[in-house]
Design a protein around this ligand. Structure first.
Ligand SMILES: [Zn+2]
Length: 82
């Protein structure tokens, strides 16, 4: 049986703002189940997703997304000439 979590414990979960699996604080517990967590990096508070992102696909895609998200945007000038 795993150790019961307490409020303020650190737990891994997917942060939709960081778009990464980050350390979170447990902020809401219902009968020893984590309901809400807060990202330790950006402070975003959300329902605990059990470490899963919104996607149901394999993790290879999400890892790729993470790499793409970390890249600077391509420098395309905003002006459009006609
Ligand atoms: Zn975050």
């Amino acid at each position: 049986m795993p150790d019961p979590l307490k409020l303020g414990d650190t737990i891994d979960d997917y942060c939709s703002r960081c778009k990464l699996l980050m350390n979170h604080y447990v902020v809401s517990l219902v009968e020893a189940e984590v309901r809400k967590v807060r990202c330790q990096t950006c402070g975003n508070e959300h329902n605990y997703r059990q470490g899963k992102g919104g996607k149901k696909k394999d993790t290879v895609k999400s890892l790729f997304d993470q790499v793409v998200a970390g890249l600077p945007a391509p420098s395309t000038p905003p002006r459009t000439k006609k």
